[in-house]
Design a protein around this ligand. Sequence first.
Ligand SMILES: [Zn+2]
Length: 56
Amino acid sequence: MRVKVCFMCREYIPILENDYLNKEQLEKFDSLHSGHPVQIVNKEEIMNIEEWKPFL
Ligand SMILES: [Zn+2]
C-alpha cells in the first residue's frame, strides 16, 4: 500500500485510488503539513510504523 508521510510529524495517510473521501483527506494532510518534508512511499518502507500516527 502506498502512503503519504510527513517525516517531521511522523504522521501518515494511506493513498486510495478513486476514493473521494480519501482525496479530501489527502488535501487536508497537504495543507496541515505544507512546508514539511512530505513524501509518498510504500508502507513497508517505513520503519516502526506502529510508532507513527495515522491521519484520520
Ligand atoms: Zn508535518
